[in-house]
Design a binder for this molecule. Structure first.
Ligand SMILES: C[S@@+](CC[C@H](N)C(=O)[O-])C[C@H]1O[C@@H](n2cnc3c(N)ncnc32)[C@H](O)[C@@H]1O
Length: 324
């Protein structure tokens, strides 16, 4: 698989940097724990130019899982997707140093098929909720861009496991996919990824039929998790319509998870919900790989006196802890 995908990527992406030779594992100092530094690798086939991932993380662990990660298999090496077949096959060896990681892995297993978010993105989210529960950081759990409900499910399970009582969870989505992008969203990566016509790039609140899923997936997952129905609030529709209304009803937010991909899908919730996040709460930005997201977040904080520290979770997820 690795050789094939590397060759195909090389054909379609001739200008990409050449991967450095793999380190000789037997020569690496282990001290009982093998260390494995992945070299820079090319994007897998199907990813647009510019998506070369620098798999810069130094993985520590029992070894076999990471040694079995085929070289050139770029995506799981730099952004470990929990449902990638290679990661799944080696799941028993996957340890990334999270608090209660075996419990977190149980949560992640239960959202199989319901999320696009990486292992680190989901594990961090679980830990942020755990932290809020254990440290008494009050407020609701909120996601903008709930899609099939995987992150909502992680919040729910972590809340039930670590908390004394279920909190209010808010899931926002059109449940019919992304709306049209605006000019700020458009760059070469965006064009290569979404392949839209000019007609579809007018910023209209009409679906472009990308990342679309009905709310039944979310509802089914939350039923399986047995989260109380009266503690889940689904805000169905375009954020531009639903968020200003919901902002009047939501008082405090402990975790605000932004995953709407597009410029306006960040501008709107930041304007209406950022001030609801309590000091010590978390703001998760899922789409740092997208220009529209970076522009919206940067502009928002420029108006607020400067960019806070962005904690990197994976290739695209960033987290801000609201200052006290
Ligand atoms: C990448 S998906 C979210 C992935 C999800 N958080 C997960 O766990 O996999 C982006 C979602 O945001 C929604 N979305 C983006 N912009 C929106 C908007 N302006 N209004 C409503 N929904 C929006 C899309 O419908 C889509 O379901």
């Amino acid at each position: 698989m690795s050789d094939q995908s590397t060759d195909k990527a090389a054909d379609s992406n001739a200008d990409a940097p050449v991967a450095a030779p793999a380190p000789n594992l037997s020569e690496l100092p282990t001290g009982g724990v093998p260390l494995f530094a992945m070299p820079p690798v090319r994007a897998p086939e199907g990813f647009p130019p510019g998506f070369e991932y620098l798999a810069s993380e130094i993985h520590t662990g029992p070894g076999p899982a990471l040694r079995l990660m085929p070289q050139g298999y770029a995506f799981p090496a730099s952004a470990i997707h929990p449902f990638d077949p290679v990661v799944l096959a080696n799941r028993a060896y996957l340890t990334r140093g999270y608090f209660d990681e075996h419990i977190v892995q149980g949560f992640i297993d239960r959202v199989y098929g319901h999320t696009l978010v990486t292992y680190d993105g989901l594990a961090e989210l679980s830990n942020q909720v755990r932290f809020c529960e254990m440290e008494g950081i009050e407020g609701d759990y909120v996601e903008l861009g709930a899609y099939k409900g995987g992150c909502i499910g992680i919040m729910a399970m972590s809340n039930l496991h670590y908390g004394k009582k279920p909190r209010m969870i808010h899931a926002f989505d059109s449940f019919e996919g992304l709306p049209q992008p605006v000019a700020q969203d458009i760059d070469a990566n965006f064009n290569a990824m979404f392949k839209l016509t000019d007609e579809q790039k007018q910023g209209k609140l009409e679906t472009i039929n990308a990342v679309a899923a009905g709310e039944q997936y979310l509802l089914e997952l939350m039923r399986k998790i047995e989260y109380p129905a009266d503690k889940l609030r689904i805000h169905k529709g375009w954020f531009q319509d639903t968020v200003p209304v919901a902002a009047q009803e939501i008082e405090k937010i402990a975790v605000l998870r932004l995953d709407g991909d597009l410029y306006e899908s960040y501008v709107v919730p930041l304007a209406h919900l950022y001030d609801k996040v309590v000091p010590g709460g978390f703001i998760i930005i899922d789409d740092w790989i997208f220009k529209g997201c970076r522009d919206a977040v940067t502009e928002f904080f420029a108006q607020r006196g400067g960019m806070p520290y962005l904690h990197r979770v994976d290739i695209t997820v960033r987290v801000i802890r609201k200052p006290f």
